[in-house]
Design a protein around this ligand. Structure first.
Ligand SMILES: [Zn+2]
Length: 315
C-alpha cells in the first residue's frame, strides 16, 4: 500500500510535463454482444458441451485481440465429490512489463437456480447473463481495446472457472464457504507464472443489471482500500456516481478473497449489491431469470469506461 501511494504522488507531479493520456473509448455495444454470445452457448456449467464450447470461444477471442493466452486446465473437486473439468483462461497484454494490473471475472454458470421463487426450478441451471457473462463481456471489450493500444502497464485478464458450484443451502449442514471460487483457489495456489504478482486486482461480478449499484464491499476495503478509493473516485469523476455508491456494502465471499489471502495481491470486488432484495444481489440472482433481458448497456458502460480510465492512468 505504501508503494501505491508513492507511485500516485510521482505520477501526479510528472503529469504536467507529459502529454495527456488518451483513453480508448469503451464500446458498450460490443461488451453487450460479447455477453450475449456467451449466453447463446447455453448455461456454462462445468462438464457440459456449452461450457467447453464457450471456453474455446473465450480463448480464441483473447488471442484474436493480441493477448498471450494460457488455458490452465485442472480437475477440481466439488463439495459433493463431482470432478469438475475446469479451465481458467488467462490473457496477458504487455507480458514483459514488470508493473501489472490483474482484472478478473468468473465465466461458469451455476448448475442450480436454487434462489428461484419456484422450487420446481431449483434443479435447473442459471443462464448467468449477469452472474458470469456480464463481467467477462466487459473484460473482452477491454481486451479488444488493450490489444490495439497498449497501456503503460501490463494487464492480465483472467476468466476463472467453477466459481458458482458452491454448496446449496438446501444441502444443509456446514455452509462450506470454500466450496465456491474453486478455479480462483486453484490459480492462487498455482499461478500461471511462478511468483506472479500484480500491483492490484479488480474483480467484476454481476456488472450488468439495469440500475445496478456497487457499494464499497467490506473485504475490498480491508485488503485494498486505496484501490476502492481510486476506482470509486474515477467513476464519480466520469459521471457514474449513481452506480458506484459511496456507501458501505456487505462482506462478500467471492473470488477476490482468495486472490487477497492466498497470493497476496490487494484486490477489490465490483459487485452489484442491492440491500433491498432478499439475497442482497438483486431479484434475478441464482434464478432462471438471470437472462439477457436483465442486462443493461448503460451499466456495462459505467463499469467498462471506469476501468479503462483506471488502467490507462496507471504508470
Ligand atoms: Zn453466482
Amino acid at each position: 500500500m505504501h508503494m501505491l501511494t508513492a507511485c500516485n504522488n510521482t505520477s501526479h507531479t510528472a503529469k504536467s510535463e507529459e502529454k495527456a493520456i488518451v483513453v480508448p473509448v469503451f464500446s458498450t455495444d460490443s461488451a453487450y454482444l460479447y455477453t450475449e454470445k456467451q449466453v447463446d452457448f447455453g448455461a456454462r456449467v462445468p462438464n457440459t458441451k456449452a461450457h467447453d464450447d464457450c471456453a474455446l470461444y473465450l480463448s480464441a477471442q483473447l488471442k484474436k485481440f493480441g493477448a498471450e493466452v494460457i488455458e490452465q486446465k485442472a480437475n477440481l473437486i466439488a463439495f459433493d465429490g463431482t470432478v469438475l473439468k475446469s479451465v481458467n483462461i488467462i490473457g496477458s497484454f504487455n507480458p514483459k512489463a514488470e508493473t501489472r494490473i490483474l482484472l478478473f471475472s468468473h465465466w461458469d454458470s451455476r448448475p442450480w437456480a436454487d434462489n428461484d421463487p419456484d422450487p420446481k426450478n431449483h434443479n435447473k441451471p442459471v443462464m448467468a447473463a449477469n452472474d458470469g457473462a456480464s463481467g467477462v463481456g466487459v473484460l473482452l471489450e477491454m481486451a479488444r481495446l488493450l490489444g490495439r493500444n497498449l497501456p503503460t502497464v501490463g494487464v492480465d485478464i483472467i476468466f476463472f472457472d467453477s466459481e458458482d458450484y458452491g454448496k446449496p443451502a438446501s444441502a444443509g449442514g456446514d455452509p462450506a464457504e470454500d466450496s465456491w471460487c474453486l478455479g480462483t483457489q486453484y490459480w492462487a495456489k498455482n499461478p500461471h507464472v511462478p511468483g506472479y504478482t500484480a500491483r492490484y486486482g479488480i474483480l467484476l461480478d454481476m456488472v450488468g443489471a439495469p440500475g445496478a449499484t456497487f457499494c464499497r464491499e467490506q473485504s475490498s476495503e480491508y485488503f485494498a482500500g486505496s484501490v476502492v478509493n481510486n476506482v470509486w473516485s474515477q467513476a464519480k469523476g466520469l459521471g457514474f456516481g449513481q452506480y458506484f455508491k459511496d456507501e458501505k456494502g456487505g462482506a462478500i465471499t467471492d473470488d477476490h478473497i482468495y486472490v487477497n489471502k492466498i497470493i497476496g495481491i490487494p484486490s477489490i470486488d465490483i459487485i452489484h449489491y442491492d440491500p433491498n432484495s432478499q439475497s442482497g444481489f438483486g431479484e434475478y440472482w441464482h434464478t432462471t431469470h438471470d437472462t439477457m433481458d436483465n442486462v443493461d448497456k448503460n451499466t456495462l458502460n459505467a463499469v467498462g469506461t471506469t476501468l479503462m480510465h483506471v488502467v490507462y492512468n496507471e504508470k
